[in-house]
Design a protein around this ligand. Sequence first.
Ligand SMILES: [Fe+2]
Ligand SMILES: [Fe+2]
Length: 158
Amino acid sequence: MTIKTLEDLFIHDLSDVYSAEKQISRALPKMARAASDEKLIEAFNTHLEETQGQIERLDQLVEATPEVRIKRMKCHALEGLVEEAQEIIDSVEKGVVRDAGLIGAAQKVEHYEIATYGTLRALAQKLGYKEAARLLEETLQEEKATDEKLTIIAEKTQ
Ligand SMILES: [Fe+2]
Ligand SMILES: [Fe+2]
């Protein structure tokens, strides 16, 4: 797509994160199965539920913002991050070391999402999409909380 305006950029980034969330919802069950620590498995499963809620929230955003329509695209960054998580699963035996690798991989995903949702929220505010900005803020806070939870699990298990 051609991007000329902030509206175009907002739609581009929103479509990108929609693809990212879909990829994450497919990766999290695999990551949960590959993990050993119970708290980590629980964190992955909880975040899977949150991620499904975040996809619904993106649908709500589109409904509440008539100017916006999601375009079909693939988030290449997430494709790469999911591939790296898979490499960890393939190359590290199940146990504490793999768990540490999985936490790192998951935190890279969260940081990507935090950056993306932060940008999207700022763009929504600038464009006067108030309900969109509110919904994006909700998801941003969930991503930040997940990142913090993963840090706590990492500190306890290593
Ligand atoms: Fe997410
Ligand atoms: Fe997330």
